[in-house]
Ligand binder design. Sequence first.
Ligand code: DAU
Length: 334
Amino acid sequence: MKIAVTGGVGFIGSNFVRFVCKKYPEIQVINIDKMTYAANPLTLEFLSEFTNHTFMKLDICHATEIKEILNECDIIVHFAAETHVDRSLANPETFLLTDILGTYRILEVVKNSRSITKYIHISTDEVYGSIESGSFAEHSPLNPTNPYAASKASADLLVISYIRCYKIPALIVRFTNNFGPFQHPEKFIPLAITNALENKKIPLYGDGQQIRDWLYVLDTCRAIDLLIEKGEPGQIYNVSACQERKNIDVLCKILKALGKDKNLIINVPDRIAHDKRYSLSSEKIQKLGFYPVYDFEKGIDETISWYVNNEKWWKFIKNSPEFQKYYKSRYPDL
Ligand code: DAU
């Protein structure tokens, strides 16, 4: 059996590739990644130990090449996407191209393929927008509030249209915020850990009272594994951790674990249209037998240890001209 993973050098994608390669040595994993700024080439070194892993540098928007490769596979798990909200506010175009056009290219292959038995479309809680209290279910209306979320919601709608019109064997899975090893330091938790390790200020947006529900990345991999086996094509599944935390509390926890002072926190202007709280109900996937096994405290300790022990990996990104330019443009004085 062959599984194609798009975006398999990114954060969740690379964790999933490792998870599958380890758990199913008999399955061939074809890892397709464009290697944008978000893919650290050092991540590939961590995957090189697996003989059932093949990497291909490829842009999912290239119809002919993508067709040739995906056509030989049985299952597709589609992670490849531009994912950082702040970057989407500054430059939305790449989000529309990768997240929407890229998904369309893959859907066309799935539509015309005889070998693909399942297409897992990776989505996000951001498509529902913010919720003051309670949690969104799979049938809740989509209400994206930033260009990243809108591009993911558009891709979801495209997938739904292909399910309805062409009966493709697709399902959509929407996760809450992921954290864990190999996450790019532009994101909140890895930025906080690595800035703290470097004794640099850590930007906290607005009042820091925003709430996210933190799912450890290995639980995400377990959920996808289960959906490959038991998920029903045509369905949408939410996956939450039920571990909601305020940003300020997450930050204080990280600083405490690293023995650093709270004066490293610097309050910066809030993100435009910042969603106050994300929350999903995941009763539907629970009925299939899925429950997260990592609690936040265990997950954050493992994540911190990983960044402490893998300085070479994150310094490669943080010292790159691309990251320096990005960070300086946001925080000229930090
Ligand atoms: O909810 C799922 C989504 O989680 C994924 O679909 C996105 O791809 C992923 O980027 C993430 O979106 P968020 O915007 O929630 O993640 P981020 O790590 O950028 O920010 C988490 C929270 O921390 C958010 O409320 C903004 C805040 N924040 C973020 C950064 C980078 C800060 O206060 N300071 C920061 O420097």
